[in-house]
Design a protein around this ligand. Structure first.
Ligand code: GLN
Length: 242
């Protein structure tokens, strides 16, 4: 990262920003500003080139057709893949997560190539759509508190040997394979099925992205009372008897 400025790229808000995922960009931006960083946020529409100089890239979820278009354009553009090979941090949600894998099943039922930035393959689940609240334990190496989120997907994601599960679900489906895993990551590329938006529900994940970008182990503390109240409310309502 150059000097005190953080370049935050929100990828394809015109195609991949359903389910409130825009909130992820707001949360990273705000938490970076609270730490005195000068944030340059770039919202890159699908008819624009993806810059390769970003520090953090965020990609949201989307319906099946926009997902197909987004994957086609990202492959053609190559900017995101080049940024990843330069060590950029990428955080992706649901359709965005599937696009970062090797392949997924698109809206016309065909196998479609993704970017191959995560060692995962997504197929179409045969069972019911995975919809509902999720609670999970994030991979211990990441040192983060309990994961809370909301999932809504038909795709099922299988992890290859170089992808680590981002979390293990206590409640909900996550990757949908039945093995309890949720999401995947490698060094700096993350994928999750969690909406919510997930970074508002889990601000410590936003801070992890900032620490990776700044290459530091700790950040100045922030007043997180509102976040904690939201987290407690979501966890309580997710676990309350129906
Ligand atoms: N279309 C994908 C699926 O259903 C992704 C959905 C989403 O982004 N919420 O699996």
């Amino acid at each position: 990262m150059a000097d005190n400025s953080l370049r935050l790229v929100w990828v394809y808000p015109d195609l991949l920003s359903t389910y409130g995922d825009q909130g992820n960009a707001l949360v990273v931006e705000r938490r970076a500003r609270q730490r005195g960083l000068d944030v340059h946020r770039l919202d890159v529409r699908s008819d624009q080139p993806i810059p390769t100089s970003g520090d953090i890239y965020l990609i949201g979820g989307g319906e099946d057709r926009p997902q197909r278009l987004a994957a086609e354009r990202l492959r053609r553009d190559t900017g995101l893949s080049r940024a990843a090979s330069n060590g950029a941090i990428i955080f992706s949600v649901c359709a965005g997560y599937q696009i970062l894998g090797h392949e997924f099943i698109n809206d016309v039922g065909e196998r479609q190539e993704g970017l191959g930035l995560l060692d995962v393959i997504s197929t179409r689940g045969e069972g019911e759509r995975c919809v509902g609240d999720v609670l999970g334990d994030i991979d211990e190496r990441l040192g983060l508190p309990q994961l809370t989120g909301f999932e809504n997907h038909q795709g099922v994601t299988h992890l290859g040997p170089t992808a680590r599960p981002f979390a293990r679900v206590r409640m909900g489906k996550g990757n949908g394979t039945g093995d309890g895993t949720e999401g995947a990551y490698n060094d700096t590329v993350f994928g999750t099925y969690m909406h919510g938006p997930v970074l508002a529900r889990n601000p410590q994940i936003a801070d992890m992205l900032l620490k990776l970008a700044l290459d530091v182990n700790a950040l100045p503390p922030t007043d997180d009372r509102w976040y904690e109240a939201l987290r407690a409310e979501r966890i309580a309502s997710a676990t309350a008897p129906a």
